[in-house]
Design a protein around this ligand. Sequence first.
Ligand code: GDP
Ligand code: IMO
Ligand code: MG
Length: 427
Amino acid sequence: MPALVLLGAQWGDEGKGKATDLLGGSVDYVVRYQGGNNAGHTVVVGDQKYALHLLPSGILSPGCTPVIGNGVVVDPSVLLSELSGLNARGVDTSKLLISGNAHIITPYNVTVDKVTERFLGKRKIGTTGRGIGPTYADKINRVGIRVQDLYDHSILTQKVEAALDVKNQMLTKLYNRRAIAVDQVVEELLEYADKLRPYVADTVLVLNQALEENKVVLFEGGQGTLLDIDHGTYPFVTSSNPTAGGACTGAGVGPTKISRVIGILKAYTTRVGSGPFPTELFDADGDALRRIGGERGVTTGRDRRCGWFDAVIARYATRVNGLTDFFLTKLDVLTGWDEIPVCVAYEIDGRRVEELPYSQTDFHHAKPVYEYLPGWNEDITKAKSFSDLPKNAQGYVKALEEMSGAPISAIGVGPGRDETIEINSFL
Ligand code: GDP
Ligand code: IMO
Ligand code: MG
């Protein structure tokens, strides 16, 4: 059973980086399959804290080969500075592999992301401004630049010309911006080409050969299920498929190879950017979750919107991803409440609804129906097994498991590698 997918079950920032790093020591490859440097994954190793944006969290495990799959969008300048930042801290990054088919986030994609958001005004998505949406749009429009294009000067120039043809019209005539010069973009991209060359590989071949040899491959999602372009809260989503199927298309591995799909699930809910969020809190409890949970964006530094756990969303994540397990994170953050509300259903225009409505209008009208679970005051950060948890914390976990539809196989009780309760082994 060599291939596992690890993904966000909510709106991102569930603790995927920590969970991936935890498994990194026991797996041969860790693969990012979608998204780009919109992700911010925090890994805490001893007294060292790492913020990873583009690199798979397996990069911190010496035995593990990190892979950037074809489904990822790569900003070369961000990638190179992330690599040099890690090298300066003594992390060996030489094993990294980058798919030649991954798309490049060009400087004009970043510009377009920023101007379109500004023009959306109050309807803005609240993107990370990293050029993610426009780069995926170019990919789908078939005017994208791929990593392999960096190695053919003439092709690169022609492709940048084609991409800028329409964009420059748009930038100058619609958005009142200066046109972007083709030569300048080509020159900048060529500067990155040589530096990236040692890492570029046929990652589809490498990964499939590894699976044939029974090597263990872990696919690390960016973002989360509700930010998925197809299955999330469209249009307030990212422009890729963080859900489990994205691992197959974004890495070139068939679905028959995937044996386990682990949903990372925060013990409460957070969201960054615009869009509906039924359990969002605007009171002292929301502030407390933000403060205790350190809920501030790793990429943009924005405060995260915070709310209670939403079991309707967790059930939905189980369904659309075919989850086999949950990794429940940040249970320690909930210590200190007398009782903890958990959303078990929605009330939508006077009706009780148990499952996530497909209609955007309905979801915007959804009000949480809460059940109240008894809280605990004991410090749980030193708990090593389920039985070390206070009875009410055990009850909270069991209730969430029952409502969410898949077994909770691990529980995070702090940000560090060892602050984890393992219930069922993932490998
Ligand atoms: P990701 O994007 O899914 O990797 O998550 P982020 O790194 O953006 O946000 C998760 C935050 O929670 C990070 O600061 C982690 O160090 C931290 N974290 C992860 N698991 C736990 C946990 O079980 N308890 C606590 N207190 N913090 C955790
Ligand atoms: P990780 O991997 C939380 C959100 C943005 C915005 C929307 C679209 O750390 O969980 P984009 O720049 O992707 O076009 O923005 O998606 N978003 C995230 N929110 N965690 C993330 O990544 C996110 N990546 C994008 O805030 O609402
Ligand atoms: Mg994050």
